[in-house]
Ligand binder design. Sequence first.
Ligand code: BGC
Length: 278
Amino acid sequence: MTTPVDGGRRSVPPILRGQRALVTGANSGIGRATAIALGRAGADVVVNYVFGSDAAEEVVAEIRSFGVRAYAHEADVSQEDQVVAMVARMVAEFGTIDVMVANAGLQRDAAVTEMTLAQWQKVLDVNLTGQFLCAREAAKEFIRRGVVPEVSRSAGKIVCMSSVHQIIPWAGHVNYASSKGGVLMLMQTLAQELAPRGIRVNAVAPGAIRTPINTSAWDTPEAEADLLRLIPYRRVGDPQDIADAVTVLASDLMDYVVGTTLYVDGGMTLFPGFATGG
Ligand code: BGC
């Protein structure tokens, strides 16, 4: 049976019913679509954002329309005290956390000879240190609470939002590619360390997705044509493509998946330059 699609208001099975999820950077792009998808699948959702409370409140309203709980929480994921307070509030309001989606990320692009230390540091702070802090705080609560079989087979799930650039070098983006390479090892090491506690840590690695982070890569026909050369499936991804992957990965349908990266990239990691020649 195929899932009915009606203008984005798709009916999906409640595979996260009774679970509580936090999505960082959830007021735009991939984070927004993911927060909504988790709510549609039955989870209560905390919508983290750092700038843009109106957009965050819109996401909250959409999630509540599914009959689940949601609220917006402003916090900079690179600031330890803010992440600690964010997870503590969630435990106070929702009772606990079952799914942490460490999604917040940014780019500050420059040729290496032009890249300032501030540009380097900002990207590492948000994309890598932010994921470490979010994973750490979630793991503490997962371990405290343990498995509740009526809710999920696992004690908790951490989904790290990575990128194809965790393995594809990217000239002009050394800060970003280094941060995502770090996310790969962060994810694998945490997966190894936390699996014995019943916690599943995995990553989703998007390719080129139509979001504000990369508008210049697809917003003109020329740019899009260039981009499509890098995508064997010949389609730029939508945030929904990633949101669906995160939802299934966080659910018990994927309970035996531990320490894996799910590439959702239309084949970008298949070395498309070698489709001919080589
Ligand atoms: C980057 C985008 C880029 C894509 C594919 C993502 O991780 O954020 O800017 O278009 O990778 O290169």
